[in-house]
Ligand binder design. Structure first.
Ligand SMILES: *[C@@H]1O[C@H](CO)[C@@H](O)[C@H](O)[C@H]1NC(C)=O
Ligand SMILES: *[C@@H]1O[C@H](CO)[C@@H](O)[C@H](O)[C@H]1NC(C)=O
Ligand SMILES: *[C@@H]1O[C@H](CO)[C@@H](O)[C@H](O)[C@H]1NC(C)=O
Ligand SMILES: *[C@@H]1O[C@H](CO)[C@@H](O)[C@H](O)[C@H]1NC(C)=O
Ligand SMILES: *[C@@H]1O[C@H](CO)[C@@H](O)[C@H](O)[C@H]1NC(C)=O
Ligand SMILES: *[C@@H]1O[C@H](CO)[C@@H](O)[C@H](O)[C@H]1NC(C)=O
Ligand SMILES: *[C@@H]1O[C@H](CO)[C@@H](O)[C@H](O)[C@H]1NC(C)=O
Ligand SMILES: *[C@@H]1O[C@H](CO)[C@@H](O)[C@H](O)[C@H]1NC(C)=O
Ligand SMILES: *[C@@H]1O[C@H](CO)[C@@H](O)[C@H](O)[C@H]1NC(C)=O
Ligand SMILES: *[C@@H]1O[C@H](CO)[C@@H](O)[C@H](O)[C@H]1NC(C)=O
Length: 751
């Protein structure tokens, strides 16, 4: 296909002035920076020495009384806008035309033919501009074939046969055609295809006489059908339309890398906080202010810190603080920036933090307090432990192996008794309360919790515990351990299941089938047990509270003397004695009441009362009886005097047992109840006599002559002088039960 182009020599010839060697001298502050509405920033300048180079020279001309800037050059492009940040300049380009001369019938070109910007800072912007052709049956070419440019030719065809074919705003080949241009163009020329009208121009010349072609800013163009049948398009801006050109500092192909070296001393980015950017359109570079700065990078100190806070970029509620090259957003105290809402929200993490910190503090102080309390408690326990001779006890236990004696902790005993629950109480004695408990490895135990202890005994407690722990007799309840770390030490005994001799004799379901001989055996066994206590050590271990209630019975109804350790808890000094008395009413040794001295004979006296109970089946103290009968011992002694012991005896005893046995027992009891301790028999003598009497009972036909026993019984001194039994003469406050352990001395003294 033959393509013929016409070069229009008639067109305006626009040759922009070549660049001169620039002067990097700082432009004078007196340079004019405004022309009409247009600001002229450096490197552009009006007049000599005000621009970076001649290519940036602006001619400010007055037209019709209005100042307008023009690029220096043959064409005189009017400048619309100069942008430093985008490095663009908007100018008014000239529209090329191709019109039908009705009078000659020829097509006549108008406007200009080409633009050469090859030696200038300018390149046609491929981004903003489009080659735009308007007309019916028009073909226009755009060429860039100048010496130093890319070989490029493109064209745009626009056809139409009727006005009705055209649509406003649509540039798609019907009356209007647009095409993009390549990057880097510094020269272009426009040609219209001659004779393109297939049937001569006449056919359409009625409504479209002229065709137009221009490289112009696409954003400024909006096709209108009126552009076809009127010359409105040419008239709007007097044959011109906006075009965008990119400008840069171009010296040959100098890039930033070369320029920054400043070898020629002409590096244009003079401002600090500026940076060099390679030109995107053609060779050369441009300058830009660094991020956070704005202003003129081509001037020293031209880039100024942006006060971003003027636009308040911060989220609502936040405080903006400008920094050099940036800004800082800070939320007020207690608030935190939320990215989701882009606002300052109450800082929940702070609140949570505070709460957590609070709780942590609480926990710490609480646990600290607990530790402190526990240490205190442990210290107290340790003190008690040491006070009670625990260390000594431990030492001895270590040296004397084979002792099955345990030092319990308080916690163990608390656990065993369910914190001393009332339901675990199995007895209340003169010295304290006895609980039944279960201890791991030891099974059932009886735990005695004493009421008081004296200072002296505290010190010797451990020692004495050790002695007691070594007592191992079949008729004595075994002491399995103790607890020292409490104010008053606790004793732990083996648990004896079958109640007491007291229950056997006086209990509600006292079994009549229990034979007298069994009772006698039990009494004998108890005597053997007490004898063992008395003879075990020197000075003798005194039971201190011998009574039927303390004679326990195991599963075989064998006697087990209980509570023997209690005596060592008794105070010995008179001062404490006032408020603290050993033993149980009815069993109390009258001598002890006077001397405050517990002896082995005190136990013998009490055992005498036990014998009386066995013999008579009566309780040692009868509160409801006549004054004479109140105390069993005094009643018995007076009956003995009157030789009327039979009145006291239980009927079955009277009937079944031999008088010899009864007489022997009565006599033994009488001797035990002697007012003077020295005159009482020893526990061994009592046990032996009981042994003899038992054999007599089992084999009444056998006469056993035991001279020693005989002499003992016969040679016993008279018990004359025993008239007063303090226990019986003391009037007690209200009593519950018959044989309630009590404190006669305290009430005695209280009056
Ligand atoms: C421009 O600068 C040159 C050289 O520095 C000087 O000779 C000339 O006078 C200046 N022109 C004006 C208008 O200041
Ligand atoms: C220059 O461009 C800016 C932004 O692009 C615009 O606000 C301003 O009006 C323009 N000035 C002229 C004279 O076109
Ligand atoms: C048409 O051509 C004639 C002769 O060359 C000329 O005088 C006339 O001005 C032209 N008309 C237009 C509208 O250009
Ligand atoms: C172009 O002009 C038409 C009619 O004049 C108008 O409807 C349309 O919005 C315009 N488009 C632009 C992009 O200005
Ligand atoms: C061109 O014009 C001639 C007469 O001048 C006519 O005969 C012919 O049909 C036309 N062709 C077209 C395509 O309009
Ligand atoms: C053009 O106008 C002439 C006279 O004004 C008329 O004779 C002719 O038919 C018109 N042509 C078209 C295509 O409208
Ligand atoms: C376009 O407008 C310019 C300026 O007004 C004028 O010189 C030129 O002749 C016009 N061209 C056409 C084809 O009307
Ligand atoms: C351009 O480059 C030449 C050498 O390549 C140098 O002599 C001249 O000073 C430079 N001009 C500018 C404005 O950088
Ligand atoms: C470039 O060199 C010239 C001359 O040495 C100097 O005046 C100018 O400050 C330098 N520019 C930069 C940006 O270093
Ligand atoms: C110059 O910096 C501004 C703002 O940082 C940015 O918008 C612009 O694109 C940069 N210009 C060039 C040529 O990098």
């Amino acid at each position: 296909m033959e393509v013929r182009t016409l070069q229009f020599g008639l067109g305006l010839l626009l040759l922009l002035a070549a660049q001169h060697a620039p002067a990097t001298a700082i432009p004078s502050s007196e340079c004019q920076r405004q022309c009409g509405d247009v600001e002229i920033p450096y490197p552009f300048g009006i007049g000599e020495n005000c621009s970076l180079s001649s290519g940036f020279n602006i001619n400010c001309q007055a037209q019709d009384g209005v100042s307008k800037p023009f690029l220096i050059g043959d064409g005189g492009f009017e400048v619309l806008n100069i942008s430093l940040t985008e490095s663009t300049i908007r100018v008014l380009n000239f529209i090329a035309s191709y019109c039908y001369n009705t009078s000659t019938g020829n097509m006549e070109p108008g406007g200009f033919a080409w633009i050469d910007a090859s030696d200038t800072p300018y390149r046609f912007s491929d981004v903003h501009n489009k080659f735009t052709v308007i007309g019916c049956n028009t073909l226009a070419y755009i060429s860039s074939s100048s010496s130093n440019n890319i070989g490029y030719q493109s064209g745009c065809v626009s056809t139409c046969s009727r006005m009705s074919d055209l649509t406003d705003g649509s540039c798609s080949g019907m009356g209007c055609c647009q095409t993009e241009i390549p990057r880097g163009m510094d020269y272009y020329s426009v040609d219209f295809k001659t004779g393109f009208y297939p049937n001569g121009s006449q056919s359409i010349s009625n409504f479209s006489r002229c065709s137009y072609a221009i490289l112009m800013e696409a954003a400024e163009f909006n096709f209108s059908a009126a552009y076809i049948n009127t010359n409105k398009f040419n008239e709007t801006r007097a044959g011109r339309a906006p075009m965008v050109t990119d400008w840069a500092i171009r010296n040959g192909t100098a890039s930033c890398e070369v320029a920054k070296r400043n070898e020629t001393g002409t590096y244009a980015c003079l401002s600090s906080n500026s940076e060099c950017v390679d030109s995107v359109n053609g060779p050369g570079y441009v300058c830009n202010c660094s991020h956070g700065y704005q202003g003129n990078p081509y001037l020293p100190d031209g880039c100024k810190d942006v006060n971003e806070c003027n636009n308040n970029p911060c989220p609502s509620g936040a405080v903006c603080t400008d920094t050099t090259g940036g800004y800082k957003c800070s939320c007020p105290a207690g608030r935190k920036f939320s990215k989701q809402t882009n606002t300052c929200n109450p800082d929940t993490s702070l609140i949570i933090g505070v709460i957590v910190a609070f709780f942590v503090l609480m926990i710490f102080s609480f646990s600290g307090y607990m530790i402190f309390e526990k240490r205190k408690l442990n210290k107290v326990k340790q003190e008690y432990f040491n006070q009670h001779g625990g260390l000594l006890l431990f030492q001895r236990m270590r040296s004397e192996r084979g002792i099955s004696f345990t030092v319990f902790t308080e916690a163990e005993l608390v656990h065993a008794t369910n914190n001393y629950d009332k339901s675990t109480i199995i007895g209340k004695g003169g010295h304290g309360t006895v609980y039944k408990g279960i201890i791991k490895d030891k099974g059932q135990v009886a735990i005695k919790r004493c009421a008081l202890i004296s200072e002296r005994q505290k010190k010797e407690f451990g020692q004495e515990m050790l002695i007691l722990s070594q007592i191992n007799h079949k008729n004595i309840v075994k002491l399995v351990g103790c607890c020292l770390e409490v104010e008053v030490p606790m004793l732990v005994y083996e648990f004896i299941p079958n109640d007491t001799l007291y229950e056997l004799i006086h209990g509600k379901n006292r079994a009549l089938q229990i034979s007298f001989s069994t009772l006698l055996r039990i009494a004998h066994e108890a005597a053997e047990g007490l004898n063992f206590l008395h003879s075990y050590a020197s000075p003798p271990i005194i039971h201190g509270d011998v009574k039927t209630a303390n004679i326990l019975l195991d599963e075989n109804y064998m006697a087990k003397v209980a509570d023997f350790g209690a005596s060592i808890l008794a105070p010995s000094d008179e001062e404490q004695y006032v408020t603290m008395v050993q033993g149980t009413c009815g069993y109390l040794d009258p001598e002890y009441m006077q001397t405050c001295q517990l002896t082995d004979k005190s136990d013998v006296y009490s055992f005498g009362v036990v014998l009386l109970e066995v013999l008579t089946g009566q309780v040692p103290l009868k509160l409801e009886g006549t004054e004479k009968q109140r105390s069993l011992s005094s009643y018995f002694l007076s009956a003995m005097k009157e030789n009327n012991v039979d009145a006291l005896l239980a009927s079955h005893v009277k009937e079944q047992e031999s008088t010899e046995l009864i007489r022997g027992l009565a006599e033994l009891a009488k001797q035990c109840l002697n007012m003077c301790g020295a005159n009482r028999p020893t526990m061994k003598e009592v046990a032996d006599e009981l042994d003899r009497l038992r054999k007599l009972a089992l084999h009444p036909w056998v006469r056993i002559t035991n001279t020693e026993s005989e002499s003992l019984l016969d040679g016993a001194p008279p018990n004359a002088g025993f008239e007063i039994d303090i226990v019986t003469t003391t009037e007690y406050p209200t009593q519950e039960g018959d044989n309630v352990p009590m404190n006669p001395r305290s009430s005695y003294y209280a009056r």
